[in-house]
Design a protein around this ligand. Sequence first.
Ligand code: SF4
Length: 360
Amino acid sequence: MSDANPRESIHAIALPKLRELLVEAGHPGYRGAQVLEWVYEKRVDAFEMMTNLPAGLRAWLNDRFAFHILEPIRVQGSKDTTRKFLFRLGDGALIESVLIPASPALYGEDSDRRTLCVSTQVGCAYGCKFCASGLDGWSRNLTPGEIVGQIIRVEALSGERVSNLVFMGMGEPLANYKNLRSALEILNAPWGVGIGARRITISTSGLAPQIRELAEQPMQVRLAVSLHGARDEVRQQIMPVNRKYPLSELLAACEYYVGLKKQRITFEYILIREVNDTLEDAEALVEVARKVDAKVNCIPYNVVEGLAWVRPEEPRQDAFMAVLKRGKVTATIRREKGHDIEAACGQLRRQTLPVQNAAN
Ligand code: SF4
């Protein structure tokens, strides 16, 4: 079933709203907490299983809401590696979620940290040039139920608890801001999935106005910006969004975020040989990172079939990192897991879909 079904997804409803609807329908408001306890603590997937609720209430819930369970059509990877889940939604659209175990080097052998990379749209309109998700263009926004549903379904399929979320899957999360906000409320709330706000990272291609909106909402979520170029002429070759929100505007929005949230943000920087990995690029990156006191996460480019760019050799990566270090920028390089199963966003979906014209 899909969220297109007239019955709303139970995973899209916040407790205050559910209480209100219950009272309007003549049921006691306190039943709302009981319903969501079945949904998020006991993880049932049918209203009939909510055995402490009166039959009339279960019937009402069943008329009004549905469990729109995401259908897994492919899982790649194993328990100790990055695992990618390809899901089919009710309308046949495909999205993916990626479960990433803790790096033993960073968190120790026994860490139960599990990070889920979540999608927020089907396809993406932003056409970042390194990204497979942008190649097919944008189809639609995910509903709050489809966003929350990814966590629920991955936990059920893997038997593991997700401790951290990164909104870095398919789509630009801030272009689906309203649904993202609704999903975040449910993901963060103690009556919902209960993931701490500081364990949730929103990654954006650089939508300056929505960065400001995100700064103004109360949740202390983390912000990561896909920078990939520290000079306009370089960045706009990689990130078409830079024409709309050039670096000056983006950095001003980042400063605003940092000022209100009192937390450091991260700049993601994919290193692409001879595109953005020169020493001059590194110097420019030092300047912008210091301006907003951002941490920098460098990621050597993953080759995408159909794109001409290549990954710089390690000595070239090291020279770039040395400039950041000299510039006193906190920077890491992620020679990441998942390279072997093509972990860059959108790639699993593309292997399954017929390849269309490269849009954007
Ligand atoms: S990197 Fe993100 S914003 Fe850019 S095209 Fe890919 S999914 Fe869209």
